[in-house]
Design a protein around this ligand. Structure first.
Ligand code: FAD
Length: 414
């Protein structure tokens, strides 16, 4: 049989599915992607509302991710860098700090003293040096703890944890208690220290769009939700059936595969509200963090500081909430607007949109960096991919897609 005659099917056109298709194409195969939605990108989507470009949730890419460097043309993405560091808000006061992960000298002792102690400063320095020396794999081989326990074990003061580490990493891990694995903390900390946090000029969806546009022989079927997967057959929701030599499920597989039912993945959720606001009180492309855990908003970011904007009225601001709330949208908008006004000194002009993302990041324990292609194999003909197999990051999604595709190729080519 010729390579192009194999029916290789990928379920999902998120980062993992798109990279799986890329790798299969590179080896001469012609896969088909089945995507439930009408767009590529999965969790990386961008919408236009009133001429403003809104990402479905505030999300950045870390330029140092190994798979980002391998699979993306970073120049073509016109990446906009966020300024390292953060503006920390507490009780209506704001303090701008440099990024401790890369430039400890940016933390002037006086400014720093309101965030942490001198001893914290030395501990940050020690942590930076320690993580610089460790390879990513060494980080993931270390014993796992919660991030909070890890920081406490390192001797950081409660003040340093609650004023900097908790708000900053809660926004990344999308949970307020720093329960996320210390391996993820070390990995992300290292990536921040060695590269930039970036967003493409065209919004976060430009990343999967680039992968999609570069596919030449892959066929993508949109609005095609797969209901069931067996070794050699896919059943679509509309009842249609497709014979398959190999299938890569590049999303949560439990609802599609009979023997995985009951193994439901746990997820972390978040809410992201977009507003137009009168002025840019930060005046820079830097994240604003709320260090009071009791408040609703975890972080704010002025997207108008970096993105395309066809609209002229007002600056574009996002406010992200990472803890559970039970308000209806109207109540939430009112409460968030109040917080923006009283805690951050920001007057909103108009509420644009709320994105509630129930499945934002997989809630995982024993997180991993690597996946052997054999580990991605569910059965003779079915392989798995998706960030939920490793850790919640774009890097993990791409890596898992690559490994699943290599798994298929290994079976075919030995
Ligand atoms: C708000 C938010 C913030 C984030 N922040 C960051 C960050 O700053 N840095 C970072 O590295 N990562 C971040 N992430 C995580 C990152 O977005 C994900 O790790 C990555 O996009 C996952 O890609 P994936 O291909 O594994 O899954 P997905 O993107 O979920 O793709 C799965 C695809 O499969 C499709 N699908 C599902 N079921 C079916 C079916 N039955 N049939 C057909 N198609 C189906 C879906 O429609 C979807 O397109 C964030 C995520 C969110 C939501």
């Amino acid at each position: 049989m010729e390579k192009e005659d194999y029916s290789i099917n990928i379920i999902g056109a998120g980062l993992s599915g798109l990279v799986a298709a890329r790798v299969l194409e590179d080896y001469g195969y012609q896969p088909t992607i089945y995507e439930a939605e009408s767009h590529v990108g999965g969790r990386l989507r961008t919408f236009e509302v009133d001429g403003y470009q809104l990402d479905r949730g505030f999300q950045v890419m870390l330029s140092q991710y190994p798979k980002v460097q391998q699979y993306l043309d970073l120049e073509a993405l016109k990446l906009q860098k966020l300024k390292p560091g953060a503006v920390i808000y507490n009780k209506r006061e704001s303090t701008r700090i440099g990024d401790p992960t890369r430039d400890i000298s940016a933390l002037l002792p006086t400014i720093f003293s309101s965030i942490g102690s001198i001893s914290d400063k030395f501990k940050v320095l020690k942590l930076n040096l320690e993580l610089k020396k460790l390879s990513i794999q060494e980080i993931f081989n270390k014993e796992e703890n919660t991030t909070l326990q890890y920081l406490q074990n390192k001797g950081f003061s409660e003040k340093m944890i609650s004023n900097f580490f908790r708000p900053f990493f809660s926004g990344i891990f999308l949970e307020p208690d720093l329960k996320t694995s210390s391996r993820m903390f070390e990995f992300v900390y290292k990536m921040f220290g060695e590269g930039d946090a970036v967003i493409p000029k065209g919004g976060i969806n430009a990343i999967p769009m680039q992968l999609y546009k570069r596919l030449k022989t892959t066929k993508v079927n949109f609005n095609s939700r797969i209901k069931q997967v067996t070794d050699d057959l896919l059943t679509l929701e509309n009842g249609e059936q497709v014979k398959s030599h190999f299938t890569i499920i590049a999303t949560e597989a439990s609802s599609m595969v009979a023997n995985l039912r009951g193994q439901k993945q746990q997820w972390k959720s978040c809410r992201c509200l977009y507003f137009t606001v009168e002025e840019d009180v930060i005046g820079d492309a830097i994240i604003g963090l709320q260090s009071d855990k009791e408040k609703l908003v975890n972080n704010i970011f002025y997207h108008s500081s970096i993105l395309n904007n066809n609209a002229t009225e007002g600056k574009l601001l996002s406010a992200t909430i990472v803890r559970d709330v039970e308000y209806c949208e109207e109540e939430l908008v009112e409460k968030v607007s109040e917080e923006l006004k009283f805690e951050f000194g920001i007057k909103t002009i108009k509420f644009l949109k709320q994105f509630y993302i129930p499945k934002a990041l997989p809630d995982l324990q024993d997180i991993q960096y690597e996946l052997q292609s054999t580990e991605a194999r569910l059965s003779t003909q079915v392989f798995l991919a998706g960030d939920q197999l490793l850790n919640g990051s774009q890097n993990a999604a791409m890596l898992s897609g690559e490994r699943a595709a290599l798994g298929v190729i290994e079976v075919l080519e030995g």
